[in-house]
Design a protein around this ligand. Structure first.
Ligand code: SER
Length: 320
């Protein structure tokens, strides 16, 4: 049985569906502190800080693999540093200790571009580089990477990780991140509303479209063990763009769309991250190749959000 923590989050909700498609509904247990929108498949309430409950759920469902996605993102982390540290670190420790004590054989625990900092090379950021993150979230992810490597080597648990760029998705919304603007902007554009961006127009950040992020996760998790040379976390590249660039890609499809800029505290977080990523290790070790560029992604996002909005209007008209 596979256990997913944070299964209702941006990645979790899509990944849970994907895992169920691969392994079957009965083999994937979704857990979260919030109830899922639609109750499909097994679900258990689980606060990742509740170690006793985590152990109970693992034993009850005979869990052998964990996708550990429960975490607090960068912007929320700056507003609630101690809370973010607790969730991100104590939560991870509970999962790692459970793996050691209850014979979990495989874990996915994502990291992020937030591990990079002001001293990291900004272009084509190498795999092995200076990690002096400035945000609480980044500090917690840099620590996560080292702990994952430690538990892999010391206790022989097969732990794998990706340094995710900002993830763009229509199926689910992010919450409390610095790259959230790149999802929010589509929602405004499709509803015919103007968008006020909380980052400067020229802030270039690495991003990835959800289908690529999910495929990367599955390809990494299915790669033969002997191919996995990185036990901290793999650099993962797809596209990089600025708010101005994503705005003009959207505007080509929605000509009346307007944007304005009002940078807030998230600008400093974004400025400390890098612009583009060298993912040679992911390419060489497990054949990574991204499929979506900014144009494909923009078209797909707009089409899917329009469908979703139409469905919502139809439901409202029918009163369901
Ligand atoms: N999307 C995340 C954030 O903005 C980065 O991993 O916090």
């Amino acid at each position: 049985m596979i256990l997913v923590t944070g299964a209702n989050g941006q990645i979790g909700s899509v990944l849970t569906k994907t895992l169920r498609g691969i392994y079957g509904d009965a083999q994937v247990l979704a857990t979260d502190i919030r109830k899922p929108e639609t109750l499909e498949g097994s679900f258990e309430f689980l606060d990742i800080l509740d170690k006793k409950r985590l152990y109970e759920v693992i034993s009850q469902y005979k869990v052998t693999q964990i996708y550990h996605l429960a975490a607090i993102l960068s912007a929320t982390g700056e507003l609630r540093p101690k809370f973010a540290w607790q969730i991100n670190m104590d939560g991870l420790f509970n999962v790692l200790e459970a793996a050691k004590e209850l014979n979990i054989s495989k874990i996915f625990a994502p990291s992020s571009i937030a591990v990079f900092g002001n001293e990291t090379p900004r272009q084509n950021t190498p795999q092995h580089t200076i990690l002096h993150p400035t945000s609480v979230y980044g500090i917690s992810k840099a620590a996560l990477e080292n702990w994952c490597q430690y538990y892999t080597k010391k206790y022989n648990i097969d732990i794998r990780s990706l340094r995710f760029p900002g993830i763009i998705s229509h199926q689910s919304d992010p919450g409390g991140g610095t790259t959230d603007y790149a999802v929010d902007i589509f929602h405004y554009a499709v509803k015919g509303q103007d968008y006020e961006c909380f980052l400067r127009a020229d802030t270039r950040l690495p991003m990835i479209y959800m289908p690529d992020a999910i495929r990367a996760t599955m390809e990494l998790m299915h790669a033969p063990q002997e191919n996995i040379s990185i036990r901290t976390s793999y650099n993962l590249a797809s596209m990089s763009f600025t708010p101005e660039e994503i705005y003009s890609a959207i505007q080509k499809n929605i000509p009346d769309f307007k944007i304005s800029y009002k940078p807030d505290f998230r600008q400093a977080i974004a400025d400390s991250w890098t612009e583009s990523i060298d993912d040679t290790f992911a390419k060489n070790d497990w054949g990574w190749k991204s499929e979506f560029n900014i144009e494909d992604m923009t078209l797909d996002m707009i089409e899917n959000l329009k469908k979703k909005n139409k469905l919502k209007v139809d439901h409202e008209e029918l009163g369901v």
